[in-house]
Every structure is written in C-alpha cells, then in structure tokens.
Design a protein around this ligand. Structure first.
Ligand code: CAA
Length: 293
C-alpha cells in the first residue's frame, strides 16, 4: 500500500509488545481478518499470549459469541515472533505497545523506520508519550501517530488517535479507518496533551474518589457503589484502578506531573505506597481490594 490508499491497502499488521494491551490489540486485528504478527523480545511473553488467545477464542465459541470457523481463522491469522527484522519487513501498519519508556520506544521506532516498507504507518499505543517524541527517529514523521487503546482492548470501543504537529491527514485517516475496521469507535485528538481525553477524565474522577476516601467521608466500597449506581459506570474508580494496575496509574501520574508540573497531577501518596509494597491491583492479588487469583 501507500499512505494515499489509506485503510484499503492495509493487509499485514505488526503489533509490538505481548503485554496486556498488545495481546488483545493483536487478537482484535486477527478477528477483523488481518494477517497479524505479535512481536516481543520475550519468548515467554509470546507463549503466554498464544495460550491466552487460544483460551479466549475457545471461551467465545463455548459462549456462542464466535463461530468455530471464525475463531480458527483468527488464530490462523496470528503469528508470533521474537525477530523484529522479519516481522517488520512485510508490515503495512505497526502498533507499538511495548514498555512505556522513551528510550525503548525511540529505539524501536528508529528500527521501524529502517525495517518496514516505506509506505508503512507507525503508531504507538502509548498513553503517556506523544508520538512526536519518537516521530523523527523514524525518518518519516508524517506517518507516525498515537493510537491509544483501552483495557481490556478486546472489549473497550474507544481508540484515541492523536496527531502530532507533522502527522499527515492520510495517516490520521488510515488510523481512524483501521480502528473502525477493528470494531472500535475512534476519536481524534488534534494536539498532544498529557492524558489525552480519557485519562484526563479518569484522573479527575480518581482524584476526587481518593480525596473522599482519604478524608474518611466514605468507604472505597461505597464510593465505587455510587459510581456504578448513581452514574452508571461499569465499575467504580477504585475497582478500575485495581484492574488497570496501580503501577500503571502511578506511572501515568508521574509522567503527567513531570510534563505539567501541576500539583493536581502529582502521584497520590496512598497509591505510591501500595505500589512500593507490591500491591498493584488485580494482577498481584491485592490493591485497594483483595482478589483470589
Ligand atoms: N479481556 C477480554 N474480555 C473481557 C475481559 C478481559 N480482561 N474482561 C471482561 N471481558 C468481557 C467478557 O468476556 C464479557 O464478554 P461478553 O459479554 O461478550 O460475554 C464482557 O467483557 C463483560 O464481562 P463481565 O460480564 O465479566 O463483566 P462486566 O460486565 O463487569 O464487564 C468490563 C467487565 C468490560 C471490564 C467492565 O467492567 C468495564 O467496562 N469496566 C471499565 C473498563 C475501563 O474503564 N477501561 C479503561 C481503563 S483506562 C485505560 O485502559 C487507559 C490507560 O491508559 C490506563
């Protein structure tokens, strides 16, 4: 493809990073019929992703929500690789969901600029780093943007497409078009701003929830219940923070605070202490709540 042919020309998708987000983004792409490679430097991560894909597909079939043939086709469309060179060489569209570190992402985007075909669009799933930070490293900044998915990515409809100053209209259209083909409802963010839209809204809710709990105004259970029963949120702010991971919440706050210097964005002491104690939410078995794993 070339960027002027937009979403129509996309056949091969490369997802980099087999963590929580990358796995489900890759599965979403495979379900939409794209030949999809999930790449990670960790073979263990890829093996776990493959197992999760299979069991997710099996459970959808068992629930009657996915046909056996469609499940088989999606699993067949997925490839797993530790070799970025080969994985990148045929990619029309890349979604990077690696560790949230600028040095790691810059290195990946530098490699992508060399290894992918010239027409390939290079997107990052980062929630904290605007793509302007890695765009120049690719040698094709006009073809770089953020494409920010939400956890769990197989379920959540939103994808924030964020353009930086030099992102082309063709790139934006291709990213929005691809998100729609993945069954999502993309939103366009015209200028980089810490937290984009969703994490700014979520942060405001979390700050207020933490204030109410820290002041002893109400229990975390009752605050969560109120968010569900009064506001119609699917889960309350404390349960949501536990699901996202308190390490991720703390990291987002640190990154936002570093960028804005605004006291309201500063990390919350209670969360920082829980992270230091290894209590990072559902994935560790304890956060604001306890979980049986
Ligand atoms: N992976 C894949 N699918 C999942 C899932 C997961 N981790 N968790 C739930 N699901 C699926 C279930 O299989 C089920 O599918 P079907 O209805 O088609 O059978 C569906 O989601 C509903 O699940 P449940 O009935 O078990 O539970 P629920 O109705 O409470 O929904 C939820 C679970 C989808 C997580 C819902 O509670 C929800 O939407 N919560 C809010 C999530 C949210 O706000 N996410 C954004 C986080 S912020 C972020 O990601 C950005 C960032 O930068 C940190």
């Amino acid at each position: 493809m070339n960027t002027s042919s937009g979403v129509e020309g996309i056949s091969n998708i490369l997802v980099i990073g087999a963590g929580t987000m990358g796995r489900q983004i890759a599965m979403s792409a495979a379900l939409a019929g794209y030949s999809t490679t999930l790449q990670d430097i960790s073979l263990d991560g890829l093996t776990a992703a493959r197992t999760e894909h299979k069991s997710w597909a099996d459970s959808r079939v068992a629930k009657g929500k996915l046909g056996q043939d469609d499940a088989g086709a999606a699993l067949d469309a997925l490839a797993y690789s530790t070799d970025l060179n080969t994985a990148a060489s045929g990619a029309d569209f890349v979604i990077e969901a690696a560790t949230e570190r600028l040095d790691i992402k810059t290195q990946i985007f530098e490699q992508l600029g060399v290894l992918t075909p010239a027409h390939a669009i290079l997107a990052t799933n980062s929630s904290t780093l605007g793509s302007s930070k890695v765009a120049e490293a690719t040698g094709r900044p006009a073809q770089v943007c953020n494409m920010h998915f939400f956890n769990p990515a197989l379920v959540m409809k939103c994808v924030e497409v964020v353009r930086h100053g030099a992102t082309s209209d063709a790139t934006v259209q291709a990213a929005m078009g691809l998100a729609r083909r993945l069954g999502k409802e993309p939103v366009l963010i015209n200028r980089e701003i810490p937290g984009f839209i969703a994490n700014r809204l979520m942060g405001a809710m979390q700050r207020e929830a933490l204030f109410l709990a820290d002041e002893g105004i109400a229990s975390i259970e009752d605050i969560d219940t109120t968010a569900r029963t009064a506001l119609g949120h699917p889960m309350g702010p404390f349960a949501l923070m536990d699901m996202v991971g308190l390490d991720v919440i703390d990291f987002i706050a640190q990154a936002t605070y570093e960028e804005t210097g605004n006291a309201v964005d500063a990390p919350n002491e209670r969360i920082t202490a829980l992270v230091a104690a290894g209590k990072i939410g559902r994935k560790s078995g304890t956060g604001f709540y306890g979980y049986t794993r």
